[in-house]
Structures are given as structure tokens and as C-alpha cells.
Design a binder for this molecule. Sequence first.
Ligand SMILES: [Zn+2]
Ligand SMILES: [Zn+2]
Length: 378
Amino acid sequence: MSLIRTPPAPMNWVTTMMFVLTTLGAVVLVPWYGIAHGYQASTWVFFAVFLIANGIGITCGYHRLFAHSTYEAHPALRIFYLLLGAMALQNSALKWSADHRVHHRHIDDPDQDPYCARRGFWFSHIGWMLRNYPSGESDYSTVRDLQRDPLIVWQHRHYLALALAMNIALPFALGWLTGDIAGMLLLVGVLRLVVSHHVTFFINSLAHMWGSQPYTDENTARDNFVLAFLTYGEGYHNFHHMFAHDYRNGVRPWQWDPSKWFIRAMQGLGLARNLKRVPWFKIQRAMIDAQFRRAEQQLARHPGRAQIEQLRKRIAEEYESFCKVVSAWTDLREQLNQAKRAVAERWEHSTIQLRLRELEYELNFQHRRMRLLQAQLN
Ligand SMILES: [Zn+2]
Ligand SMILES: [Zn+2]
């Protein structure tokens, strides 16, 4: 990835001072108080609960619900997300979503992507917020749908009051109840905020730099299990940038994506519905497409060798069969849509669906065959 130099811009002192003071609090005051007075076990429990709740508020709420509309949520759940999002101190849901939609639309464009990873780790992690860069100006025309939601508008209007209430008044009240106000302010107020900030920021920085690209190499987004573990499932960022309208980021059943499980649990409770999923065939198609592109690059590195030429032939055959399966699938999907519109017989639906599933299996085998061919190319 070629790095792009960031031109200077005027400092944003309010945000910078917030980061400086909270970081100093976390690295100086938090350990000092721990050594001098110690923390109660209940304070650590509240720290963990609010850290996780902030993460869920940002990933399931700000990101997957508000920015990408990957499902619909009951007003009670939306209020829960909006309060926790204000606690995470990452701006109002409206501003956050506006910036994030621009990030998706102009990914890696140094002039338009607000946290463009090609401008380096520091810039994409935190630097983009410390100065008033032209690329960081929010474009609210991207969030007209959200501006029609009275709850989002309410949070946007009262963001400062909500942020102060959730970050100061709430830990103060909890500390008063448990008898350790200073300890609660330090762990639940300060340390929770700093950890929650950097965990989210990793998605803009490291998740665009470190990991694999199983679905597309046309942008910098990466899939990374370690980051997924730290970020409540958001580390499958290559998948996310390819299929941003899917409520899942870790699409495989075994992939660590607690946000996906939380949304499903909310569906079970009747608080979420219309969870959007990309058909598995399309996901496989993207993976195999990426395999062909990688194979193409590997073949180009060793031209002329007899064994390579043989592999080239086999890969070309695979590609031909891939195109046939994809076009058969597209035709069948069209047939299925027509059958649905015509209120066709149930057996007709199930025959088409059975054939679609067969094509999915076929692609699955092809994915494995391509993996074996690629192993020979390495
Ligand atoms: Zn991204
Ligand atoms: Zn996104």
C-alpha cells in the first residue's frame, strides 16, 4: 500500500484536549488510585459491563443499524443504542453515520475518505479527528433517511448533554450507590472511555492494514480474527466493505461476531426484524473471483514453465465452468422471482430452490479445487 502524505490543517483543540486529558487520566490517575486506594470488585464489573455495552452500541447500533440499515429495530432498542453511542463519545449517530457512509463510498480516496488508511496508521486511527481536514467535513446529504428519524434527531440535538450525563453523571451515581465515587469515575468514566475509543479506532486503522483479503483486493479492508475478537466482530472488514448491507461481518457460523449474535438475540426478543443477508452464492462468487485474480497474478510471475502452463490451462477451465454456474444461478433467480410474482405452485418454487442449492454446492467444490490449484502455484 503506497502511503500518502497528509497536508497540514488547523488543529481541532477541543477534540485534541479531550483525547489528551482522558489518555493522561487513564495512564496516570487510574493506576495511581488503584495503588493508593484500590478498586472494589463491583467497580471492575461495571467497567466491563459498560465497555461491552459501548462496543455493542457502536457496532450493532451506530454501524450496522444507523449507518448501513442492515436491519430494523424497535424504538426501545434504538434509544438504548443512542444512549450508549453518546457514552462512547464518538459524536452523534447522525454525524458518525454521515462520515461512515462517505468512508464506504470513497474508500481509500485521500481527498474524500475521512479516515483514509492510505494516509497512514496515525491518520486513520486518530489523526483525522485532531485537525480540521477538508476530508473530515461531514456531508449530511448522505443521511437524509436518518434525519427523518425523530430519535436520531433528538440525540443529535442533545448530544453534548447526553454525553456528559452518560460519562460523568452515570458513573457518579453508580459510585454514590457503591460507596466509591472516585473509583467509579476513573474506571467507568475514564478508563472505559479510552479503551472503547481505541478498540473502535482499530477498525479504521488496523482493519485496513493487517489481515487477509478473501473477498476483494480492490480496497485496503482486511479480515482479521484478532481484531474481530477485540472489536465485537467488526474485524471481518474485507467482507464488510464488500457486502456492507449484510447485518453480519463474520459470515461463517464459527467466526467471532458477537454483534451478529446480539442482533439475532434482539430478533428473538422481538426488538429487531428484517435482518438482511447476502445470498451465500454471491459470497462464494466473490471469494472465487478473488481466487482467480490472485491466481492470475501468480501465473504472471512465472511465465513459460511447462507445469505453470498446465496449471494455467486448468485454471482457465475452472473459470469457464465458474462463468456457466454463475449464469445458471442468475437465470434461476430470475425464474424464481417470476414464479413468486405469478404465485406459482409450491413445487415449482421448491424445484428452483433445490437447483439453486445444487449450484451453491458446485461453487463450494470449485472454491476447494481453486485452493488446491493455488497451493501448487505458490
Ligand atoms: Zn473501513
Ligand atoms: Zn461500515
